[in-house]
Structure formats: structure tokens, C-alpha cells
Design a protein around this ligand. Structure first.
Ligand code: UDX
Ligand code: UDX
Length: 458
């Protein structure tokens, strides 16, 4: 098979894997190879048991794998052959030194840039897929062009906006694809090459072109705005609980204003996921480094409010359960940071489980897809915790249920059966507002939802 171009993606994670699968499925004329330093991940991508759960991903992978989509650990060989390299390695929050707890840790990023440099013998386009601080492309260019030679690298920013759980849908039918480049002749030429790839399935008017700095900053900003909406509605949930206003009614009423819009107004136990907190703190750090302290404080409050919302949930459980949960069994239903994913990174469930354990509760953690990750997150905990996939078994003999992920299956359980198997008085704390609270109350539960007046029998 003669391919038009060779595409390589470094980093076979939640972003790299699905994104490359979509490009390969839609563009059979390109050869797409995804490489990773993690052997197990690559083996899993080559098996029937994919390393991440994402609705529709298995079908997509089957369409292209072995045809023009390949997963491999041969990073250097991949780099040599590639014309276009997407870099999708992780950029976690730095946990040491200057900027610890806020700045992005760019060590994998820089290592990858150097690896590209030392294995290249022809011109290449390098595409930033990971979320990065604005002006990272400059550092990338410096490293890539540090060797004297005639090889030219053009660095583009093409941030990924997919959300987990809907990755395949988001990739197939994106709101927009953003491509930033230098506005030089070579930069614009590289930009066009990337536009050509996406134009195989994305309508041309949805492909937005910009300068490279705007593209980098837009990704951070998009996540900051989304997280801000969740923190805004969550900030009002506490006021609703105190005043008997209902947060869902308020969200509906404001969301029908077309200037506000109805998305991302679901009040919850808090936002999680690998991006929101990390990206906002990164934005905060960048603002601070430009001396923009008021701007930094403004965005940091979005993260602080989220932490408070998680803490509030634990305190609410404690105060309503007679100020003690010590020795009481609590079923945590849902550990993933949102439904339809097994991902638990920054999941509110981690914080809440730890909070309950600190109060010496006995926690049964349940989730249909995330228990493997949950065990890793809680690996240091020796006592007081059990992992039970079956929600009925997890709730048996429990004093309380805390629903922390909006999995559809939790809306369909036989709560009468569950109630009968629990210790009385039985409590249910719905951290996602997905249950029928009135029906649960009528069954005998004491019901506490987010942003709603509590329903108690005492
Ligand atoms: C990505 C981006 O990296 C992140 O910046 C963005 O905000 C969200 O999307 P994600 O795909 O979720 O993150 O990360 P992860 O699932 O951790 O995947 C990164 C992969 O890169 C891992 O499989 C890791 O093994 C690999 N990697 C890391 C390399 O192949 N080489 C390295 O040097 C470092
Ligand atoms: C996010 C962005 O949506 C995506 O565009 C970007 O590329 C990566 O970061 P993701 O982290 O996968 O995607 O999930 P998202 O759907 O944005 O949800 C983030 C968190 O906010 C979840 O914990 C979710 O439960 C919570 N959330 C979301 C709410 O609590 N209420 C809402 O109304 C929406």
C-alpha cells in the first residue's frame, strides 16, 4: 500500500488513541501510527480489550487497525518515517520546584521534542495536541532548530476539544477544529496540510485557522470557561439548599436565555477529569508570571469553589448522619469523574471517599467501569474500604448511599430492594441529581440532593 503521507502520534492516551483512530478511519490514504513508551498500553490497543472505555471506540478501531492504523512501541522508527507528528504526551501539573502545584510539567514534552530532533532526517510538521501553556510552541521551535542542519520543523497547535465519554461523537462531528500556525509562508503551508486532513470529514467552515499563540491559549481558556460555569452553578447550589429554591429550576430558567445557553449548568458534587483543574491552575500560573495577579486570583477561585463543593458534600453527609459516620458502612455509587468513562483522574469521588475514610466510615466503592482505576487511586488505603461492582451488594447493610457519578444504571436500580437491605434510618445523597427524590423519600429514604431542600423523615 502506498500512502500519501505518514502520520505519527506520540502518546497513546485518552486523547492520542481516539483522535488517531478517527483520522485513520476517515483518511485511508494516510498511514497513522501511534507510539507510546508504555508497552502494556500499546499491547492493549492491539487487543480486543482496549486500554480505555469510550462508547463506539471499539468499532472505530476495528475499521482502521491493521489497514492504516498501527500501534507500536518503536518510537524512533516512527519518528524517522513520519511526515507529520502529533504530540499527545501528558503534561501534568508540576509537583516539585518552581510553580509546584500549578505550572505544567513539561519534562515529557521537552524529552519528546529532543527525541524528534535526534531521529529526524527530513522536514516535518510537529503538531501540539496536548494542552500546553501559551508560547510552548516557541520553546518547541527552539529545541527543534537547535541543531545546525537543513532539516526544517514547522510547529502547529491543534488542541483537542473532545470530552471523555463522548470522544467518538465529538471527533466525528466537532463544533470546531482549531489549527494555529506561524503566519510565515512555511507556517501557512504546514497549516494547509493539516486543514486538508480534517477536511476529509469536517465541514470547511468548522475548521478555524489562527496564529499559533491564539490556538494554544484558546484551549486553556475553553476549559477555564467550562469549569467556571460548573463552579458558578455549584456556588448557587448551596444557596438553594438554604432557601428552598431548586437549583434545577434555577438552571433551567437562566439556561433558556439564549445569551446564557443551557449547557454545563448541571449542578454536581464537583467537576473532575484530567483537564479542568490542571488547565486552570496552569492559566493562573501564567497570569502570575506576567504579574497579572488579579486575573490569576479570579480564575483560581473557580478551582477553590470546586474544592469547597466537594468538601461541603462530605460535611453535609456527616452533619445529617448525626455528626458521626465512624464504623458506618457507606456505599459510594460511581467513582469515575463522569459517566461513560472508566477515567478517575481528579474525580470528586476520590476526595469524598478519602473524607469519609478520615471520619472512619467503611466505604464500599462501586462503579461499572472504573474499579480498576479506583483501586490504583486508593492503593495506599489499608483499612475500611471494599470494591464491589454490584450496586445491590455494595449497598447491603449500609447506612447511606452516595451517588457520585451519573451512570444511567443508577437511575434504574430497584431502590425498594436496596432500602430493605440497608440499616435504618437509610440515607441517600445524590451528588448528581439523577434520582427520583420524591419516590425515594416515599419509600422511606432520607434524601439529600445538590441544590435542593432536603427530604427528611425526622
Ligand atoms: C492529553 C494531554 O497530554 C493533556 O495535556 C491534555 O490536557 C489532555 O490530553 P491524555 O491523553 O488524557 O492527555 O493523557 P494520558 O492518557 O496520560 O496519555 C499520555 C500518554 O503519553 C501515556 O500513554 C504515556 O505513556 C505517553 N507518554 C508519556 C509517552 O509516550 N512518552 C513520554 O515521554 C511521556
Ligand atoms: C473537558 C472539556 O469538555 C473538553 O472539551 C476538553 O477537551 C477536555 O476537558 P472532560 O474532562 O472529558 O472534557 O469532561 P467534561 O464533560 O467537560 O466534564 C468535566 C467535569 O465537569 C465532569 O466531572 C463533569 O461531571 C462535570 N460537569 C460537567 C458538571 O458537574 N456539570 C455540568 O453541567 C457539566
Amino acid at each position: 500500500m502506498i500512502y500519501k503521507k505518514n502520520i505519527l502520534c506520540i502518546g497513546a492516551g485518552y486523547v492520542g488513541g481516539p483522535t488517531m483512530a478517527m483520522i485513520a478511519a476517515k483518511c485511508p490514504q494516510y498511514k497513522v501510527t501511534v507510539v507510546d513508551i508504555n508497552d502494556k498500553r500499546i499491547n492493549d490497543w492491539n487487543s480486543d480489550n482496549l486500554p480505555i472505555y469510550e462508547p463506539g471506540l471499539d468499532v472505530l478501531i476495528k475499521t482502521a487497525r491493521g489497514r492504516n492504523l498501527f500501534f507500536s512501541t518503536e518510537i524512533e522508527k516512527g519518528i524517522k518515517e513520519a511526515d507529520i507528528i502529533f504530540v499527545s504526551v501528558n503534561t501534568p501539573t508540576k509537583n516539585f520546584g518552581q510553580g509546584a502545584g500549578m505550572a505544567a510539567d513539561l519534562q515529557y514534552w521537552e524529552k519528546t521534542a529532543r527525541q524528534i530532533l535526534s531521529n529526524s532526517d527530513k522536514d516535518k510538521i510537529i503538531v501540539e495536541k496536548s494542552t500546553l501553556p501559551v508560547r510552548t510552541a516557541k520553546a518547541m521551535e527552539r529545541i527543534l532548530n537547535s541543531a545546525s542542519g537543513t532539516i526544517k520543523f514547522e510547529v502547529l497547535s491543534n488542541p483537542e476539544f473532545l470530552a471523555e465519554g463522548t470522544a467518538v461523537k465529538d471527533l466525528e462531528n466537532p463544533d470546531r477544529v482549531l489549527i494555529g500556525s506561524r503566519e510565515t509562508e512555511a507556517g501557512l503551508k504546514a497549516r494547509n496540510e493539516l486543514v486538508d486532513i480534517y477536511a476529509n470529514w469536517v465541514p470547511r467552515e468548522k475548521i478555524i485557522e489562527s496564529n499559533v499563540w491564539s490556538a494554544e491559549l484558546s484551549k486553556l481558556t475553553a476549559n477555564a470557561f467550562l469549569a467556571q460555569r460548573v463552579s458558578s452553578i455549584n456556588s448557587l447550589s448551596s444557596l438553594c439548599e438554604a432557601t428552598e429554591a431548586d437549583i434545577e429550576e434555577v438552571a433551567y430558567a437562566i439556561g433558556t436565555d439564549s445569551r446564557i445557553g443551557n449547557k454545563f449548568l448541571k449542578s454536581s458534587v464537583g467537576f473532575g477529569g484530567s483537564c479542568f483543574k490542571k488547565d486552570i491552575l496552569n492559566l493562573v500560573y501564567i497570569c502570575q508570571s506576567y504579574g497579572l495577579n488579579e486575573v490569576a486570583d479570579y480564575w483560581e477561585s473557580v478551582v477553590r469553589l470546586n474544592e469547597w463543593q466537594e468538601k461541603r458534600f462530605v460535611l453535609n453527609m456527616l452533619s445529617n448522619m448525626f455528626n458521626t459516620v465512624a464504623g458506618k458502612k457507606i456505599a459510594v455509587l460511581g467513582f469515575a469523574f463522569k459517566a461513560d468513562t472508566g477515567d478517575t483522574r481528579e474525580s470528586p469521588a476520590i476526595y469524598i471517599t478519602m473524607g469519609l475514610l478520615e471520619e472512619r466510615a467503611l466505604v464500599n466503592v462501586s462503579d461499572p467501569k472504573a474499579l480498576v482505576n479506583a483501586r490504583v487511586d486508593l492503593k495506599d488505603i489499608k483499612d475500611g474500604i471494599d470494591f464491589i461492582e454490584d450496586p445491590y451488594k455494595a449497598a447491603e447493610g449500609a447506612h447511606a448511599i452516595a451517588v457520585l457519578t451519573e451512570w444511567d444504571i443508577y437511575t434504574k436500580l430497584d431502590y425498594k430492594q436496596i432500602f430493605d437491605s440497608m440499616v435504618k434510618p437509610a440515607f441517600i445523597f445524590d451528588g448528581r441529581n439523577i434520582l427520583n427524590h420524591k419516590a425515594l423519600f416515599d419509600m422511606g429514604f432520607n434524601v439529600f440532593a445538590i441544590g435542593k431542600a432536603p427530604l427528611k423523615h425526622f
